[in-house]
Design a protein around this ligand. Structure first.
Ligand code: GDP
Ligand code: MG
Length: 437
C-alpha cells in the first residue's frame, strides 16, 4: 500500500501546478491502492471524497506547493480515519481495572493478554491473568506458560467451571491479593456464533468489565472489519487490538476497522514474542504509509546525483552497518555533487538541528578531510577505532593539518555512522510496522 501511494504522490509532487484533473486522477489511484489493500469500500469512497473536497476550490491548487499540500491533507485525513490520537486504557479509580479480551479463535487473545500484562507490569501495575477459555485443549496451560515467562500470576480453576464463575472468582482473587488489573482471557470460536456471544454477554453482565477489548487478526483483511462490527454491536467494545501487523498483511484492516466501528485501536501486535505489542499511534501509521518525513524528495535528490551502483553499495553498508572511513570519503565526494550536506539532511525525519550543525561540511574542509583520510593506513581507514594518540599525531603531520582537525573528522565520522544506524533502524521500523503493499 505504502509503495503504491508513494508513487502516486511522487507524481503529484513533480508538478508545479495542479489542475482539478490531476487531483482527480491521483485520487483514483489512491482509491485503487486502498481497495487493493483491502480497505472497506465505503471507507475508501468517503476518504477520497473528503480529500477532494478539501483540495479543490480551497486555494490549495493555486498555492506554491500544491503537491505537498495535497499530501498533507491526505496525511491528516488518514490520521483522522485511524482515530487521530493515541487511545489509552482507562484505569478504574476503584481497582482492580477489569479488561476482558474477546475475539475469534487464533486471533491472538491469549498471547496478547500476556503481552498486555507485561506492558502494564512495566508501568508499575500488578496484573493477574484469568483463564476463562475452558474449551480449547491446553488453553489454560498456554496462559500459564505465558504468565510464567513474564512472572505474572495466572488465576485458573480448570475446565470444569463456567467461564462466568471463573471470571468472578478471578476478580475476587485480585481484590484479595492486591492485583490492580485483571485481564480476562476468553474462549474464541472459528466463526461468530450465538453460543459464544451469549457466553461473553454473560461474563459482561456478571463482572461488568471496564474495558472489553476485541483482539483481531489484521491478516484477515475485510473479515476483520466484519468481526469487529459483530462484536461491537453484540458486546459494545471499548477498544481494539490489531494483531499480526508484522506479517505480510495488506494493512487495510488498520484503516477500516476504526472507521467502520468508530472504536479506537489501542494496541498493535507486531510479532510472536511477548514484548511485541505497541501502543497504536494513528499519526505515525499515517506517516509510515505515506513515507516518513520528506524521504521521498531526499531519495529523488540522491538518485539524481549519486551514481546508481555506489548508492546500492552505500545502502548495503548502511544495512550491515559496516561503514568505514573509506566509504565516508567516498560519500563526501558524492555529496559535493549534491549541494550542501545540511540541505539534504534537513529532509530526513528525526534529524535535529544540533546533529545537522555537527555534520555540516564545507568545501574547504573537504580538502582537508580528503588529505587526512589519505594519510591513514588502509587498516586505519577500515577500522578507525584503532586511531589513538600517536596515530592521530602522525596523520595530522602527514596531511598538513592539526590533531584537532583529525579529532573533528573522527567525530564527524562517528556521528555519520550513528545517523546511518538510525536510518537503518528506521527502515527496519517501517518493515516491522506491517508491510503495507
Ligand atoms: P487465541 O486463540 O486468540 O488465544 O490466539 P493465541 O494467543 O493462541 O495466538 C494464536 C497464534 O497467533 C499464536 O501462534 C501466536 O503466537 C500468534 N500471534 C499472536 N499475536 C501475534 C502477532 O502480533 N504477530 C504474530 N506474528 N503472531 C501473533
Ligand atoms: Mg486463547
Amino acid at each position: 500500500l505504502s509503495e503504491k501511494l508513494q508513487n502516486t504522490f511522487k507524481k503529484l509532487k513533480g508538478k508545479g501546478k495542479l489542475s482539478e484533473k490531476d487531483v482527480k486522477s491521483a485520487m483514483r489511484e489512491v482509491k485503487l491502492a486502498l481497495l487493493e489493500a483491502d480497505v472497506n469500500y465505503k471507507v475508501v469512497k468517503d476518504f477520497t471524497k473528503k480529500v477532494t473536497e478539501r483540495t479543490v476550490g480551497h486555494g490549495v491548487l493555486e498555492s506554491l506547493t500544491p503537491g505537498q499540500q495535497v499530501i498533507k491533507i491526505v496525511n491528516e485525513e488518514l490520521t483522522e480515519l485511524m482515530g487521530n490520537t493515541q487511545s489509552k486504557i482507562t484505569f478504574s479509580s476503584k481497582p482492580p481495572t477489569v479488561i476482558m479480551l474477546v475475539g475469534l479463535q487464533g486471533a491472538g487473545k491469549t498471547t496478547t493478554g500476556g503481552k498486555l500484562g507485561g506492558q502494564l507490569k512495566k508501568l508499575g501495575k500488578r496484573p493477574v491473568l484469568v483463564a476463562c477459555d475452558v474449551y480449547r485443549p491446553a488453553a489454560i496451560k498456554q496462559l500459564q506458560v505465558v504468565g510464567e515467562k513474564l512472572d505474572i500470576p495466572v488465576f485458573s480453576m480448570g475446565d470444569k467451571m463456567s467461564p462466568v464463575n471463573i471470571a468472578k472468582a478471578g476478580i475476587e482473587h485480585a481484590k484479595k491479593y492486591g492485583n490492580d488489573v485483571v485481564i480476562i482471557d476468553t474462549a474464541g470460536r472459528l466463526h461468530i456464533d450465538e453460543k459464544l456471544m451469549n457466553e461473553l454477554k454473560d461474563i459482561k453482565t456478571e463482572v461488568t468489565p471496564h474495558e472489553i477489548m476485541l483482539v483481531v487478526d489484521a491478516m484477515t483483511g475485510q473479515d476483520a472489519v466484519n468481526v469487529a462490527k459483530a462484536f461491537d454491536s453484540e458486546l459494545g467494545l471499548e477498544g481494539i487490538i490489531l494483531t499480526k501487523l508484522d506479517g505480510d498483511t495488506r494493512g487495510g484492516a488498520a484503516l477500516s476497522v476504526r472507521a467502520v466501528t468508530g472504536k479506537p485501536i489501542k494496541y498493535i501486535g507486531v510479532g510472536e514474542k511477548l514484548t511485541d505489542l505497541e501502543p497504536f499511534y494513528p499519526d505515525r501509521l499515517a506517516s509510515r504509509i505515506l513515507g516518513m518525513g520528506d524521504v521521498l524528495s531526499l531519495i529523488e535528490k540522491a538518485q539524481a546525483s549519486f551514481d546508481e551502483k555506489k548508492l546500492k553499495n552505500l545502502e548495503n553498508k548502511i544495512k550491515t552497518q559496516d561503514f568505514n572511513l573509506e566509504d565516508f570519503l567516498d560519500q563526501l565526494e558524492q555529496m559535493k555533487n549534491m549541494g550542501p550536506l545540511s540541505s539534504i539532511l534537513e529532509m530526513m525525519p528525526g534529524m535535529n538541528n544540533k546533529q545537522l550543525k555537527n555534520l555540516n561540511v564545507d568545501e574547504k574542509e573537504l580538502v582537508h578531510i580528503e588529505a587526512i583520510i589519505q594519510s591513514m593506513t588502509a587498516e586505519e581507514r577500515k577500522n578507525p577505532n584503532i586511531i589513538k594518540g600517536s596515530r592521530r599525531k602522525r596523520i595530522a603531520k602527514g596531511s598538513g593539518t592539526s590533531v584537532q582537525a583529525v579529532n573533528k573528522l573522527l567525530k564527524q565520522f562517528q556521528q555519520t555512522k550513528k545517523m546511518m544506524k538510525q536510518m537503518a533502524g528506521m527502515e527496519k521500523g517501517l518493515k516491522k510496522g506491517g508491510k503495507f503493499k
